[in-house]
Ligand binder design. Structure first.
Ligand SMILES: *Cc1c(COP(=O)(O)O)cnc(C)c1O
Length: 366
């Protein structure tokens, strides 16, 4: 095999159990974007096994894939496009988010035979989806015939726990929820916390938290703390086989544009993954772990391959496995390192691993 992402589902179970205990409330496991690149169905099952009460996805298609995969647990889809087939969603018992009066009316129209289950989304300061000004003109008729089961919002700066915006959003959330209570909807689940808030702000847990990145064992922000600091176990190891190892003299230009040359006589290794597999072309200062050592990228990342400087003493040979990123416990690069090397974040590193990379499920990653 040329490359694979090994996913340890026992790590995901550990993380879900830890977050559930930490929050002391219901946990929605966020499995959008193919479970952050880890594989939708295996992760969904592991999260439910470990105590998640509901699954969360962005798109209706993702929710439908879960149902087609045999998942019977509650599912919430929160980014359902106007004009979608709401009726099928309702028939499949998929909870729907609504953040505008127009969306509510569409759901009402599809809700004649069977009552839709709806979570109202509030814009408390993220300034993305959700009710803002329209909230004050919401009328009882706009929610008639719907089962309002939840009300939720999203923090913009939960990874900076000391930021005053977190407090402001919480205050706004409580004010907006009070309006809902005036309509008589007192028994709705309130949820606003993502992973960062779940890890740092227990007062925002309410009746449910929505955790994504942390269930995969990754920190929401390295400035907040590392995975290890939070007791999280990174679930994915990305690895690839060396295609070729070759000796080259000092001053040898490597790759497209000859952007870099060898600084000394050395051994180079060709790794069979490229930007088509999600290796960021822009990455500077990352590399692979091979035979107990870090070997940095040299030259530009190509579509299907990149080259690493193994060092003159390396014993690595073609066919050897190299770790692109892992949990870091042996000195290997992490998804955090790749994020930092690419001017990005671990979220983008794991979600962009391409479909050519098989996901393998094993508890024996290390
Ligand atoms: C993606 C997403 C989450 C999960 O965020 P993490 O930072 O990964 O925990 C929660 N809620 C909503 C609405 C999201 O879109």
């Amino acid at each position: 095999m040329r490359a694979e992402a090994i996913v340890d589902l026992s790590a995901i179970k550990h993380n879900v159990a830890l977050l559930k205990e930490k929050s002391g409330t219901n946990l929605l496991a966020v499995v959008k974007a193919d479970a952050y690149g880890h594989g939708l169905l295996p992760v969904a099952k592991a999260a439910l096994d470990a105590g998640a009460s509901i699954l969360g996805v962005a798109l209706l298609e993702e929710a439908i894939s879960l149902r087609e995969g045999g998942i019977t647990a509650p599912i919430l889809a929160w980014l359902v496009q106007p004009g979608s087939d709401y009726k099928s969603a309702i028939d499949l018992d998929i909870d729907l988010a609504a953040g505008s009066i127009a969306a509510l009316h569409e759901i009402q129209a599809a809700s004649k035979d069977k009552k839709a289950r709806v979570h109202l989304e509030l814009d408390t300061g993220m300034t993305r989806g959700g009710f803002l000004g329209e909230w004050s003109s919401l009328d009882a008729s706009d929610v008639a015939g719907l089962e309002i089961v939840g009300v939720f919002s999203h923090f913009a700066r939960a990874d900076e726990p000391a930021e005053v915006q977190n407090k402001e959003q919480l205050t706004r959330f409580n004010e907006m929820v009070a309006t809902l209570h005036q309509f008589g909807f007192t028994d709705v689940k309130r949820h606003i916390s993502n992973s960062a808030a779940t890890l740092t702000n227990p007062t925002a847990a309410f009746e449910m938290v929505r955790t994504g990145i942390a269930i995969y064992g990754l920190t929401p922000d390295t400035a907040m703390g590392s995975s290890r600091d939070f007791g999280l176990r990174p679930a994915m190891q990305l690895r690839a086989a060396l295609y070729l190892v070759k000796d080259v003299p000092a001053g040898t230009p490597v790759g497209y544009g000859a952007s870099e040359s060898t600084a000394r006589d050395t051994k180079l290794g060709v790794v069979t993954m490229g930007y088509a597999d999600g290796i960021p072309r822009i990455a500077k200062g990352a590399g692979v772990w091979v035979n107990g050592q870090r070997a940095p990228i040299i030259g530009r990342v190509s579509m299907d391959q990149f080259v690493v400087d193994l060092g003159p003493e390396s014993k690595a040979k073609s066919g050897d496995w190299v770790v692109v990123f892992g949990n870091g416990s042996h000195g290997e690069y992490t998804a955090d390192d790749w994020g930092a090397a690419s001017g990005s974040i671990n979220y983008e590193i794991v979600t962009r691993i391409g479909p050519r990379v098989p996901r393998i499920y094993s508890a024996h990653v290390y």
